[in-house]
Design a protein around this ligand. Structure first.
Ligand code: NAD
Ligand code: IPM
Ligand code: MG
Length: 372
């Protein structure tokens, strides 16, 4: 691929969002330098920082900037001052949900991998999780997140869950196609024994299955799925599920990878947005302990979306090198932890010249390699 220009909107957000985003941007800059691409970054506010500055969690300028970009990189949003105030009139999360809706990002794709080198860190048995490679397709613009909601009166509230056949079909086609290109297995996770919406999901998926004859389709209730994901994750290839179940089981599945700070995602539809699956981890904000790899791997998914597969492969190689050489934040390397910035620099240096040469020189220059 020759030189390519791309405009990337960066929504760093709140808490650790800016710290992890900075590292992903640094890695993308290294990619641009090495491959001669022209990546232009434009920063916009969203979430609690945008409420503080403008009163609106998704200012018009942010939405317009995202619309005119080739892709969006998002850190995380959310702040305890809203989480702990149920009566807050406006919330950071409303900005994110509206952005997903406005950009038509109906499919959120969350890969879950068990890294061999991290198996000893996992609280799960290595032999159970080794080799896990699943892809979760989470519906992102429907269901209970977007149904009518409110307070009936002082003592009761409601959240409606609605799905239409076209909403299910469009993401189901994507999931079936992904399964065709992988291990030909698709598992629909639902609660069809209780929920009418789940029965519609089953009906629609059953109806589409004939178009994908090579794909074996399996149906699992979400409560059972939550247990199977931990007990025997290797049985899964592609998981397809509705909005809220996908939110929950993907955080759960991050235990297989070793940390929530490792799981990236791509939100696609009428636009493309890339974000770690974790939140703003407010307890860690400003401490340099947040793992930037989920955001860096989200940037790799962005490169793949641009058709830049060699570029993405190099970023993934940099991440693998960091994992193998224990250049890891404290949740994965408690004895000799590295900072958010150091992990990002290591990967960016690797992307620049496929070696540790610049990293070693950098460490000599700053005179230390770990945060303790
Ligand atoms: N997409 C998003 O922007 C997003 C996603 C989830 C939660 N949130 C918001 O984030 C705020 C905090 O929510 P929460 O505490 O439930 O979830 P969280 O994902 O921020 O953190 C949960 C736990 O996961 C771990 N963790 C998360 N990110 C990590 C990282 N990069 N490196 C290492 N460990 C990491 C930490 O142990 C942390 O305590 C809330 O306001 C919530 O609404 C936003
Ligand atoms: C912050 C919140 C609205 C969001 C969600 O539930 O979708 C988050 O948990 C995620 O997984 O991206
Ligand atoms: Mg979530």
């Amino acid at each position: 691929m020759g030189m390519v220009s791309k405009k990337i909107a960066v929504l760093a957000g709140d808490g650790i969002g800016p710290e992890v985003c900075r590292q992903a941007v640094k890695v993308l800059e290294a990619v641009a330098e090495r491959f001669g691409h022209d990546f232009r970054f434009a920063a916009y506010q969203m979430g609690a920082c945008a409420i503080d500055a403008t009163g609106n969690p998704l200012p018009d300028e942010t939405l317009a900037g995202c619309r005119e970009a080739d892709a969006v990189l998002l850190g995380a949003i959310g702040d305890p001052k809203y989480d702990n105030n149920p009566a807050a009139p406006v919330r950071p999360e409303q900005g994110l949900l509206r952005l997903r809706k406005e950009l038509g990002l109906f499919a959120n794709i969350r890969p879950v991998t068990a890294y061999d080198v991290l198996l000893p860190h996992s609280p799960l048995k290595a032999e159970r999780i080794q080799g896990t490679d699943m892809l979760i397709f989470r519906e992102l613009t429907g269901g209970i997140y977007f149904g009518e909601k409110g307070r009936r009166d002082a003592d009761s509230a409601y959240d409606n869950c609605t799905y239409s056949k076209p909403e299910i079909e469009r993401i189901a086609h994507l999931a079936f196609r992904a399964a065709e290109g992988r291990h030909q297995k698709l598992t629909l996770v639902d609660k069809a024994n209780v929920l009418e919406t789940s029965r519609l999901w089953r009906e629609v998926v059953q109806g589409l299955a004939a178009q994908y004859p090579t794909v074996a389709v399996d149906y699992l209730f979400v409560d059972n799925a939550a247990m199977q994901i931990i007990l025997n994750p290797k049985q899964f290839d592609v998981i397809l599920t509705e909005n809220m179940f996908g939110d929950i089981i993907s955080d759960e599945a991050s235990v297989i990878a070793g940390s929530l700070g490792l799981l990236p995602s791509a939100s696609i539809g009428e636009a493309a947005l890339f974000e770690p699956i974790h939140g703003s981890y407010p307890q860690a904000a400003g401490k340099g302990i947040a793992n930037p790899i989920a955001t860096i791997l989200s940037a790799a998914m962005m490169l793949e979306h641009f058709g830049m597969n060699d570029e993405a492969a190099l970023v993934r190689e940099g991440v693998d090198e960091a994992l193998h050489n224990n250049i890891l934040t404290p949740e994965l390397n408690p004895k000799a932890p590295y900072t958010t910035e150091q992990v990002g620099s290591y990967i960016a240096f690797w992307v620049r010249d496929s070696s540790e040469q610049q990293w070693n020189a950098h460490n000599v220059a700053i005179g230390s390699s770990t945060i303790i």
